[in-house]
Design a protein around this ligand. Structure first.
Ligand code: FAD
Length: 548
């Protein structure tokens, strides 16, 4: 077997190492255009900020290590320029010498990744405008920061844009983030990003949401960035983090099928429409694990796993890739946001039926010092309660809950299963009723009809009629600190004695701070013959939708 691999980082290097573990006899050649293989692209922003102090730390495995330990033929600075599918060969250019040569294959695996998008904006190629993909990019940006940098603009508030913002601020750079959408982290639902946007602003990051860069021009001391809103920004450095596009040129030129957004089409074995050519990583289209259908999810975990699965299939094992559910996490100035599965906006776009609940628990028992609050949103099927997606934002414990829910989604679990899952507990780690159980209780109670709920959006919808009677069951002190307009305050502990103050001819929408006292009030009122619903997730959820 002669296996050629194009691309030597996440998908490519995983595939190469796996191939050697499966076959000592195979001839395995890995081509990488750049000088490095298997480097930690995910660590690049933290090297800029200084958290990762040494550049060498980013070089997870060197070409020498791959040669000696895995007996791989690693060819860096070697760009694969074309595929001849009939002859089963590739044309390679040695970038150091300019020499071109032909290499034959039995099987070819494409792991060329995705290139940062550079929108066709006037001035986009001016010096001082960067993208970030590899160590050479980071060297160029770092050199500018080390030379003293006062002002930077990041275009795009996605995962990489926000990580960069944190790390530039850490280096004392005054940083503005411009984002086309009206929220940070566009893969998440907007309300879930409210705490993160507030936190970024508190840390000194200027956020310009719902705006976009329209033109760049040279200006004294740096660049001038003209925005769609008409505003003009000045900066010495601009970093574009507006997404990536699959590196599909080789595949397209060889007549291999690609999807509408450019991802190389593969089947469940990660094989392209040529039986001898496989493709993995950011370059491919994958099956959406939750909703079905093709999607593109540029993440390191899927790329690494796909490299392994594709090679297993190449070497005769009947492996299949299950699809990608988009589990991702980001840390920004000590806060964490994470998601898995479908978002509410995707479900809406695809016109899928769903229900949702929010809980606002502490990450471990609240009586134990150091408990940090977070918000967890769960999306599920309205009929059988199958989990569709989850998002969380807050401090500690966010990653753990989203990872649990990622596994639950992959296992096809329902909200009823979440009521039952048994998780490790001691007060410094979790709660006897873990937030995972709690979100299961709330969601299952909703589906069973024990806990009728109304979404905050329905309360905010100015066009909905008739309007429910809003009942705030928190204490007067909490009410005074902020409440939903027109809500009556009647603390939960006084409720049973003051039922005659409530209307019997209108639906009552009760709420508290996070949903729990609202639920108790709902149970009391239901059993006293009132028409009542609880505002899901309480005042905290209202505030996510309507920031103060
Ligand atoms: P890559 O790792 O990009 O590797 C592709 C390689 O192929 C490149 O080195 C390229 O030079 C080479 N190549 C392309 N064409 C050719 C050719 N014709 N000939 C030879 N070589 C070629 N993901 C996460 O899940 N979590 C994170 O925290 C995270 N952080 C990130 C931070 C940054 C700054 C960046 C840039 C990405 C981050 N990602 C993260 C995304 C993650 O790095 C990618 O999803 C992953 O690396 C994709 O792997 P891949 O093998 O498909 O492509």
């Amino acid at each position: 077997m002669k296996l050629l691999i194009v691309g030597g980082v996440a998908g490519g290097a995983s595939a190469a190492a796996r191939a050697r573990r499966l076959s000592e006899a195979a001839e395995i050649i890995m081509f990488e255009r750049g000088p490095d293989v298997s480097f930690a692209n995910c660590g690049l922003p933290y090297y800029l900020g200084g958290e990762i102090a040494k550049r060498e730390s980013l070089l997870v495995v060197t070409p020498e290590r791959l040669r000696t330990r895995f007996k791989l033929d690693v060819r860096t600075q070697s760009s694969v320029e074309a595929i001849d599918r009939k002859a089963k060969t590739v044309r390679v250019r040695d970038l150091a010498t300019g020499r071109e040569y032909i290499e034959s294959y039995d099987k070819l695996l494409l792991a060329p990744g995705a290139a940062p998008l550079k929108p066709p904006i006037p001035g986009i190629d001016l010096p001082g405008i960067f993208t970030l993909r590899n160590l050479q990019d980071v060297d160029r940006i770092k050199e500018r920061i080390d030379r003293s940098l006062k002002r930077a603009v990041i275009v795009g508030a996605g995962f990489i844009g926000l990580e960069l913002a944190e790390n530039l601020v850490r280096r004392g750079v005054s940083t503005t983030v411009v984002e086309l959408q009206d929220q940070v982290l566009p893969p998440l639902d907007k309300e879930m990003t409210t705490p993160l946007a507030e936190h970024l602003e508190k840390q000194g990051v200027e956020l310009l949401l719902g705006d976009s860069a329209e033109a760049f021009a040279e200006a004294p001391g740096g660049l001038e960035i003209r925005l769609k809103s008409g505003r003009t920004l000045a900066a010495e450095l601009v970093i574009l983090g507006v997404g990536v596009r699959p590196e599909n040129r080789l595949a397209v030129e060889a007549g291999i099928g690609v999807g509408p957004r450019g991802g190389i089409r593969v089947n469940s074995h990660l094989r392209t429409d040529d039986p001898d050519i496989y493709a993995v990583g950011d370059a491919i289209e994958v099956e959406d694990f939750v909703l079905g259908g093709p999607t593109q999810v540029p993440l390191a975990g899927p790329a690494n796993r796909q490299g392994r699965i594709a090679v297993d299939h190449i070497f005769g094992r009947n492996t299949r890739y299950r699809g990608t559910q988009g589990t991702a996490v980001v840390g920004v100035f000590g806060r964490t946001a994470a998601l898995t599965g479908a978002s509410e906006k995707t479900l809406k776009r695809m016109k899928r039926e769903y229900r949702k609940v929010y809980v606002h628990p502490a990450h471990h028992a609240s009586y134990y010092p150091g408990a940090e609050p977070f918000t967890l949103k769960l999306l599920f099927e309205p009929d059988d309660g199958r989990l569709l997606g989850a998002q969380a934002v807050g401090g500690a414990g966010v990653d753990k809950r989203i990872d649990i829910l990622a596994v639950a989604i992959q296992a096809g679990m329902t909200v009823y299963d979440l009521e039952e899952v048994e998780l490790a507990y001691a007060p410094q780690y979790g709660s006897a009723k873990d937030p995972i159980n709690m979100v299961g209780f709330v969601a299952a109670g909703l589906l069973r009809g024990d806990h009728p709920q109304i979404d905050v959006e329905a309360i905010l919808d100015a066009t909905s009629a008739p309007k429910p009677f809003l009942l705030d069951v928190r204490t007067p002190e909490e009410y005074a600190l902020g409440h939903i307009p027109d809500a009556m305050n009647l603390p939960l502990d006084e409720l049973r004695g003051r039922l005659d103050e409530l209307p019997r001819d209108r639906q009552i929408a009760a709420y508290c701070q996070v949903g729990q006292r609202g639920y108790l009030a709902t149970r009391i009122l239901l059993q006293s013959g009132f028409r009542v619903v609880n505002i899901g997730g309480g005042y905290k959820t209202y505030r996510l939708h309507r920031p103060a």
